[in-house]
Design a protein around this ligand. Structure first.
Ligand SMILES: O=P(O)(O)OP(=O)(O)OP(=O)(O)OC[C@H]1O[C@@H](n2cnc3c(O)ncnc32)[C@H](O)[C@@H]1O
Ligand SMILES: [Mg+2]
Length: 208
């Protein structure tokens, strides 16, 4: 399959999640790209109406490129828990209800991690705790062309949450072969092994 190449220049990171934007900026650092986030440009957050990571990544990428006239890179990601039949999956963000924190509306990740843990606990102490993070990147151009790349990282869930680095469900996810959670390891180390890094490597091979 041939991919369209991305010319150096401005690119919108089509995400309103500060943790993701930080990671994508770091991953883009060496490619002659000048990233600006959808939040920086005041672009609206589209409704994620898709039922797959791919569909939602495309919704977000097309929305930002249409609103800005620039190429846009979106990330739709989530946690698939084996014993929960792959849930929360595309609904990972929705499991963290929006609540007010210090005057700002944010998502309650502790509650969401607790919900996953509660469902696992219902299956007893010997429940399979394996899980995978999925990241689907969609890059869209203003003429409507788009490219999609998917990454995965296998691991297992721990409880209680550990670590203060990263974002979202990082404090409960231990990547395969490691003993620390994503929230306990250096961001550079997460970038070497994460689902986002896996998807990004495929994007780099395809469009850079
Ligand atoms: O849609 P945008 O604006 O990009 O931001 P979002 O937070 O709503 O993002 P998603 O719709 O893709 O939801 C995915 C959720 O999965 C979680 N997630 C994805 N990647 C993660 C990572 O590397 N570490 C921890 N949690 C992650 C995180 O909680 C996200 O909110
Ligand atoms: Mg979202």
């Amino acid at each position: 399959m041939t991919h369209r190449k991305l010319a150096p220049g401005r690119l919108v990171i089509a995400s309103h999640n500060a943790g993701k934007v930080r990671e994508i900026r770091a991953l883009l650092a060496s490619f002659g790209i000048d990233p600006v986030s959808a939040g920086d440009l005041g672009l609206p957050e589209p409704e994620e109406t898709g039922t797959t990571f791919r569909d939602n990544a495309l919704v977000k990428a097309h929305a930002s490129t249409a609103a800005s006239g620039l190429p846009a890179l979106a990330d739709d990601s989530g946690l698939e828990v084996a014993a929960l039949g792959g849930r929360p999956g595309v609904y990972t963000a929705d499991w963290a209800e929006r609540q007010w924190f210090e005057g700002e509306k944010g998502r309650d990740w502790y509650m969401a991690m607790g919900k996953v843990e509660g469902l696992l606990a219902e299956q007893g102490p010997d429940v399979d705790r394996s899980a995978a993070f999925v990241c689907t990147l969609a890059l869209a151009w203003p003429d409507g062309h788009a490219e999609v790349f998917e990454g995965r990282a296998a691991g297992s869930l721990t409880w209680p949450p550990r670590g203060t680095l990263g974002f979202g469900y990082d404090p409960v996810f231990i990547p395969a072969g490691k003993s620390l959670t994503y929230a306990e390891i250096d961001p550079a180390e997460k970038h070497a092994i994460s689902h986002r890094a896996d998807a990004f490597a495929k994007l780099v091979a395809g469009v850079f």
